[in-house]
Design a protein around this ligand. Sequence first.
Ligand code: SAH
Ligand code: SF4
Length: 365
Amino acid sequence: MNKTRMKTFTTILSQKEFSKQDIVTLLAAQGNDEKLLFARSKEIKELEVGKKVYYRGLVEFSNICSKDCFYCGIRKGNTGVSRFNLSDEQILKAADFAHKSGYGSFVMQSGEISSPAFTGRIEKLLREIKHMTNDELGITISLGEQTEETYQRWFNAGAHRYLLRIESSNRELYQKLHPNDETHDYQKRLDCLYTLKKIGYQTGTGVMIALPFQTLEHLADDILFMKEFDVDMVGMGPYIEHPDTPLYQYRSELLPLNERFKLALRMIATLRIVMRDINIAAATALQAIDPLGREKAVKVGANIIMPNITPGTYRNNYKLYENKPCVDEEPQDCVKCLDVRIKLADAEIGYGEWGDSQHFYKRNE
Ligand code: SAH
Ligand code: SF4
């Protein structure tokens, strides 16, 4: 290997501030450079947030969605999906399972619905979960774009973290991934993120990695966007095509799955180096490509895992992309296999702890 080149790469790794070009270089790392990147991100992770991994039990409680994102298998326009909506009782049972299993937190995610009935239902569920678990279970929600009033009501009812991926921080790319109408407006999504932060949520965002039309420059800008927004948590994973979506037509332009996977790991590692003390989730989409995908992400910088605890029979219908893992399993099966694998990834499990974003507390000091 060229010695000067090597020096440059290690110099970048030792910096605390990063230019867009630095980030592109990190994202493009191959061979020995990639190993150095992963070693550095692991080191920074252990220094800043420790070796603990926190579990968030994830319930994907409904695939009913009013939107038509071009990449997503449960988009409204996909008439081939059988739609489901878990009952309140099933959601509460899942929350109870998360609590009893010692997961510090619970995540409720669904397609995007905006109606007074939906807002009221979620508000009621949040209060019940808080009450039922003596306030011991942290709650994250990921229910898309909503009004400030709705976000505030859910915050008051006990949700304290919100995940809303920007999907891509590049306006033009965002537009290529969504229909050109009011319900899929980049500015609206961005405004929602600012509103969530203003209300006081620990605010999480993220992007899909290796999308059609996406370059390393776009991804570097995504990292700079997260830094500039001063985000508390990030969940990001590889884009995986779904046959019943408009973006499927570009599948021949995509990186092979194993390359997408590796790029996603480099994104996680680079983000850890740039934003040292945030929470980074190992996305389920990583596991769809590699059965040990999430554990590999933990090794290079992620510190959050969201085991899927949606009741087994419904999982088959929450397919945002192909090869979604564990769709045939019941929640209990996942607990055992995860525990063993996390230990293999040289990490510890923060049982019963909320595992809040340290970055959130520091920025509010
Ligand atoms: N409806 C909400 C939450 C559910 S979708 C929302 O859109 O915010 C959760 C995430 O799944 C999205 O943010 C998107 O980044 C991801 N996703 C959707 N389709 C995907 C695909 N084909 N490959 C990888 N991730 C996908
Ligand atoms: Fe609906 Fe979210 Fe899928 Fe878009 S990504 S279609 S909002 S579930």
